[in-house]
Each structure stands twice: as C-alpha cells, then as structure tokens.
Design a protein around this ligand. Structure first.
Ligand SMILES: Cc1cc2nc3c(=O)[nH]c(=O)nc-3n(C[C@H](O)[C@H](O)[C@H](O)COP(=O)(O)OP(=O)(O)OC[C@H]3O[C@@H](n4cnc5c(N)ncnc54)[C@H](O)[C@@H]3O)c2cc1C
Length: 402
C-alpha cells in the first residue's frame, strides 16, 4: 500500500495535521494510524479543555490565538465546539505577583482581595495548618485574563474526523506503527539499516501491513521521545504525569460556587480548577516527581490537591472526587513550545505540546502539514504566514506552564 503521507497518531495534533494536508492538497492519499481503538484516545481525551492566549513565548501566543480564532469561526459557522470565553483567574501571592503581572497583566483586570472574597476565595491562608504544611502563601489579588476559557476537545476531534472521512482519508486503528527505514547509503549487506547507518523513513509497518509513504508525520504525543530515541534522532521531549479529577457539584456549597459563575482558576500550589456549568468541577494537579505506573494514588488527592483547594476555597472542604484519571504532558523540556521538525529524510515530528496542545492544535497541524508537503511557509488561520521551520529552530523559553 502506498500513500502520499501517513500520520501516526490520531490525537488532536495528528487529526489537525491530516486535515490541513488534505485541505491544502485535496486528492492526496493520506492515512492516519493509531495504536488505540479510535480518535483522541491518548492524552487528548485527558485534557480539561481549557484555553488561553496568555503565554510568555510569542510563538505560543501566536499558535494559541490563531487556533482559538479558527475554533471560534467554526462555531460561528454553526459547528459547536464548546468554546466559551469565561477568562482565567490567576491568583497571585506576594511571591508570584510580579511575574504574573508581567505574564498576564496586559490582558487582565486586577481583582483585589475584597473582590476575591466576594467570589468565595479565601485569601488569608497562612494561619491554616494545611496551608502552612504545603507552604501556601496568602493571596494578594487576582488577574482575570480575558482571552481564555474552555472548549470541548472531543467536538474538535469529531469535526476533524468527519472532514477527513469526507476527504477520503484512510484510518487504521488498533495498529501500533513501527517506522519503515532504509539506509541513506546502502552497502548491500542483509540486515541493513545497521545502528551506525543514517536512515531515511519510507513509511510504517502497522497492523501487519507495510505502508509506504512520501512523508510520515509522527504526531505521537508523549510517546514521541521514545520513538525518536530508538531512531537515533533525540529531541528534548519527556512525558510528565498529571492527575485529573472530576467533582460533582449537584448541590450544597459546590453548587452555589458553580452557580456564582466562578471562572477557571489557576491556583498557587499547582492546581488548575475548571468549572463546568453542567454540574461539576474538574481539577488538574501537577506532580514534581513521577509516581510509578498505574492509577492515581489516593494520597495525591487527599494530601496534595485537596488541601490546596480547600485552603483557598472552603466550598471544597472534605470533598471527594467522583472520578479521576492520569495523563501525560508531552513536554519540550527546553522551551515548553511545540516542536515541528523534519528529523530525517521522510519524517516530520509534530509533538512537544507541553500541556496546551488542544488550544494550539490548528496552528501546529498547519505547520506540520506544510513541512510534510515540502512548503517553505505555513499559513496560520487569519492569513499570517510562518516559515515552516519556525517551530524547529531554538526558541524563547515558555515560563507559563500550567
Ligand atoms: C490532565 C491533562 C489536562 C490537560 N488539559 C489541557 C487543557 O486544558 N487545554 C489544552 O489545550 N491542553 C491540555 N492538555 C494537553 C493536551 O491534552 C495535549 O497537549 C494534546 O492532547 C496532545 O495531543 P497529541 O495529538 O499530541 O497527543 P495524543 O492525544 O496523546 O495523541 C497521540 C496518539 O499517538 C498514538 N501513538 C503513540 N505511539 C504510537 C505508535 N507507535 N503507533 C500508533 N499510534 C501511536 C497514541 O495512541 C495517541 O492516540 C492536558 C493534558 C493532560 C494530561
């Protein structure tokens, strides 16, 4: 079987890449291959669906803002992708105030302690035992950043998947792909390519089939680092585990907090809180060090996320999550910006989304498809043209990873 392009990974980055390949070159033979049973079953399904255009790296701001405008335009055309602009409220302690003001101050309204208290946020926490134990500081104010809110990753995936089916894209699920490589300078000895030989990528082996392609795009999220290490083309990519919880808010204090219209909160202590007006809160909590494989340790909630939450929001005191899951950020450990790079002849990588890949997926897919097609420039939504190697050169470090 032979294709113009094969995209490995049916997460939001892979589907966006395939979508833009076919949009810019209709009629191309494109296949999407995934080891799991359907679209978005990797980390895209773990996402909390937050979006923001606040980043310290100019490229990240550009990728997020043009992608969000693209999703917004889909909605304006009648395709609901759940995009709602609630803002993000960044809570500042004395220690984080200056940094937050420089990162998000420009697009924000500052809320003082009194306004935060009226929203149900406890600002003076240093007297509380839990807060002392976790080293949590008093809140001196909050930056309500406007160009932020929530979107529905599964609706975005559905849109891409439907469009791709309509455009004749082939999907192969439950098929782990291995790269099909050939030596650049063959010596004609059986067993090539040997580990010391430079290789070019000619396709993939997946589902018991050899699938040849002009270009392979690895959109394999947190799996990418390992795949590239085995190819001898390492990039600074490392998976970082994140815990996520859903907390029903059907009644009582949590329901009242939800009904008050509280925006998504970025809370000191590594907690992100996303209200869902349908009747729940979603919580994301970052670990400094990895647990072993398996489900979330109950202690991460009881001794980690809960004391942080209930210190700042009394409505969470004694609350247990209804559900919990673990996901992985596909971290670019050098700059926390996506990496879209041609790493070998025939192979483009689109990864390193560093915890904010859904909100940037449209732009990342455009750059990856341009690179796979051998174009010099990628056109982002709105018409801005970027050199297609813009995400492979060294870039400024992103400091606002939530
Ligand atoms: C808890 C959590 C909360 C998050 N919240 C947000 C948020 O609020 N907003 C936001 O924008 N982002 C958020 N993110 C980040 C976001 O989910 C990711 O950046 C994004 O989903 C990455 O998409 P992807 O397509 O690169 O990876 P994935 O969705 O993981 O897709 C990669 C795919 O590659 C497949 N694959 C891997 N290896 C192979 C192989 N050898 N053969 C075939 N298939 C293979 C996998 O099966 C997988 O389906 C969050 C992430 C986590 C973990």
């Amino acid at each position: 079987m032979s294709y113009d392009a094969i995209v490995v990974g049916a997460g939001v980055i892979g589907l966006s890449t395939a979508y833009h390949l076919l949009r810019s070159s209709p009629g191309l033979r494109v296949a999407v291959v995934d080891a799991l049973g359907g679209p978005g079953m990797g980390d895209t399904s773990k996402s909390l669906g937050g979006f923001r255009t606040a980043f310290t790296s100019e490229l990240n701001r550009l990728l997020a803002s043009t992608s969000v405008r693209f999703y917004e335009e889909l909605q304006a055309r009648g395709r609901d992708v759940g995009l709602r602009r609630y803002g993000y409220l960044f809570l500042a302690t004395e220690g984080s105030y200056d940094a937050l003001r420089s990162y998000v101050g420009a697009g924000s309204r500052f809320l003082d302690e009194r306004e935060l208290s009226e929203m149900g946020i406890r600002t003076r926490v240093s007297g509380l035992e839990d807060a002392r134990g976790l080293g949590l500081g008093d809140i001196v104010g909050g930056f309500l950043y406007g160009d932020a809110g929530v979107l529905d990753p599964s609706s975005i995936l559905e849109y891409y998947a439907e469009e791709l089916e309509g455009a004749g894209c082939e999907f192969l699920y439950n098929a782990e792909a291995r790269l099909l490589t050939e030596p650049v300078n063959p010596v004609g000895i059986p067993g090539e390519p040997f580990p010391w030989q430079e290789v070019r990528v000619r396709g993939v082996i997946a589902g018991g089939r050899e699938m040849r392609a002009g270009s392979v795009v690895l959109a394999t999220g947190a799996w990418t680092g390992e795949i590239l290490d085995s190819l001898g083309a390492p990039l600074p990519l490392r998976p970082l585990r994140r815990m996520a919880y859903s907390i029903p808010a059907a009644s009582g204090n949590l329901r009242r907090l939800l009904d008050s219209g509280i925006p998504p909160l970025v809370i000191p202590g590594g907690v992100f809180l996303r209200p869902d007006p349908a009747g729940a809160f979603y919580v994301e909590f970052g670990l400094r060090r990895p647990y072993g494989p398996g489900d979330p340790e109950p202690a991460a909630w009881e001794l980690g996320a809960l004391p942080v939450l209930s210190s700042y929001l009394s409505a969470f005191e004694g609350v247990s999550p209804g559900d919990s899951w673990v996901g992985r950020y596909d971290m670019n450990i050098v700059s926390a910006t996506p990496i879209v790079e041609r790493v070998a002849d025939g192979l483009v990588v689109a990864a390193g989304t560093s915890g904010s890949g859904v909100m940037k997926a449209d732009a990342v897919g455009r750059v990856a498809s341009a690179l796979a097609l051998g174009l010099d420039r990628a056109e982002l939504h709105g018409g801005l043209r970027l050199p297609s190697d813009a995400l492979s050169a060294p870039r400024g470090e992103e400091r606002l990873v939530i």
